[in-house]
Ligand binder design. Structure first.
Ligand SMILES: [Zn+2]
Length: 472
């Protein structure tokens, strides 16, 4: 009996703290600075849509490039380890000697991130997507420092889990003898001949296995991911990280499929690789041309490796960016054809052909939507009521809040929640709490024990957080 009273008392206390937190939250809805303090303290669970290289801030990347004395292209702000044959490339040490380093540092920051962006001189999506290749050499070989930066930032803003899209898996597997399949696959895709595509992929898959595709996955899992994760002691009491492999949309079909097969093998075998993704601009010429073919490739890999989970960028498009017809089917194809376990962005939802059915299906099958408010505003210029967040909410599609590329976008997890609260008054404190719990429940963590521990930890963090209210 005594235990019952204690439990009842604890429940009342918890809910009254929760109510007081909600009451306070409603008073600060339009106060950005108060919301920032509120959400800085609030436990935020996981960041499930997170690109490793886009999440590192430009400052440390630049310091690494200078320390390594890379070559800087003084027009484009690209850095390279070896001097390319064309273009004006200067060593950082030369810039230091001739006194121009400071002014270049400023220019570099403006090309490697959205710092000082004025929305006039340059297309925002172009600036965003171009930045990756400019600083890429400063990422290579510095994965450890990058992972620690992300971990430390997460801990400091009460984020306990990150599922980061780490890398494509390096491979030297030669596909010269398979390139004939590129045009064949595209032809079949044009004819929407799914059966023939699957048969063709079967032949390519067999060839890839004969060429020891698995060895690249094993090497990546053991000598890169597991080693980094263990050596850096990434997981501890406060923080957990898991990784996603990804493939690049702009690659030729056979090479993309090769990378996808290796990514699936890797995710199937490693406890640390939680899933697979597909990245790079969705509106690119090859991405658009081969979109449906990519969906069939995921479907094929799923049939081979049914335990592997995959989130897919889909519908990161809007009116004006592509022809309107192209806005009607990408999310549906990722959900129905490819069988995605989570959808990244889903911004063009309202243009989907059968958007209501799609929303009902996503809700019924518990396929979450990864919402990236800062990213969508910068890259697509979609915000406020043009953003489909409220529709996903209304239909009961599970929502998770994520950063996408906090480094390039110079944002953090807190800012996502500030915008969410400020822009969408129908989203209550308890909805927000639900989104935070979703970010653990819908993560791709394989070990149920780890998931349970993160959820338990989240309960405790919320208890501590809510004890701040009412404000004394
Ligand atoms: Zn993304």
């Amino acid at each position: 009996m005594k235990l019952l009273y204690t439990l009842f008392f604890a429940f009342c206390l918890t809910s009254s703290y929760s109510q007081a937190t909600n009451d306070y939250f409603e008073t600060i809805r339009d106060n950005e600075v108060a919301l920032t303090a509120f959400f800085s303290h609030m436990p935020k669970g996981g960041d499930l849509h997170h690109h490793f290289s886009g999440s590192i801030y430009a400052e440390p990347l630049l310091q690494r490039a200078i320390a390594a004395n890379f070559y800087l292209n003084t027009e484009t702000m690209d850095v390279r380890k070896e001097k390319p044959s064309s273009g004006d490339w200067q060593l950082f040490s030369t810039l230091k000697t001739n006194g121009t380093l400071d002014s270049y540092q400023q220019k570099i920051m403006q090309k490697w991130s959205i710092k000082d962006y004025n929305y006039v001189d340059y297309p925002s999506d172009k600036l965003f997507f171009e930045s990756f290749m400019k600083f890429e050499p400063a990422i290579k070989g510095n994965f450890g420092q990058g992972l620690l930066e992300l971990k430390n930032r997460a801990i400091s803003e009460n984020v306990s889990y990150i599922e980061t899209q780490l890398s494509t898996i390096p491979t030297t597997l030669n596909t010269d003898d398979l390139t004939k399949f590129n045009s064949r696959l595209r032809k079949l895709a044009l004819a929407k001949d799914e059966k023939a595509i699957l048969t063709t992929l079967d032949s390519v898959y067999s060839s890839l296995l004969k060429k020891e595709a698995e060895s690249y996955a094993k090497d990546f899992n053991t000598n890169f991911v597991a080693k980094l994760h263990k050596d850096l002691k990434i997981d501890d009491k406060q923080f957990t990280m898991r990784y996603q492999n990804f493939v690049l949309r702009f690659m030729e079909p056979v090479d993309l499929f090769k990378n996808l097969v290796i990514a699936f093998i890797s995710a199937d075998e490693s406890p640390l690789i939680a899933g697979v993704n597909i990245v790079s601009p969705e509106d690119g010429a090859t991405s658009m041309k081969d979109y449906w073919l990519h969906m069939i490739m995921f479907k094929y890999c799923h049939s081979r490796y049914p335990d592997v989970k995959y989130a897919m960028h889909a519908g990161e498009l809007t009116l004006g960016l592509v022809q309107p017809e192209e806005l009607t089917w990408h999310i549906s194809a990722a959900v129905y054809t490819a069988g995605a376990n989570r959808i990244g962005h889903g911004v063009d939802l309202a243009y989907e052909k059968d958007s209501y059915d799609l929303l009902r299906y996503m809700a019924k099958k518990s396929i979450p939507i990864e919402i990236n408010l800062v990213s969508n505003e910068f890259i697509l210029k979609v915000k406020d009521s043009r953003h489909p967040l409220t529709m996903y909410k209304e239909f009961g599609v599970p929502i998770v809040i994520s950063t996408d590329d906090a480094g390039i976008l110079r944002t953090n997890m807190t800012e996502q929640y500030v915008l969410l609260a400020k822009r969408y008054k129908g989203v209550s404190y308890s909805d927000i709490k639900q989104y935070v719990y979703n970010s653990i429940n819908y993560s791709f963590i394989k070990d149920e024990g780890v998931k349970k521990q993160l959820l338990k930890d989240l309960d405790l963090r919320f208890k501590t957080f809510e004890a701040n209210f009412p404000m004394k």
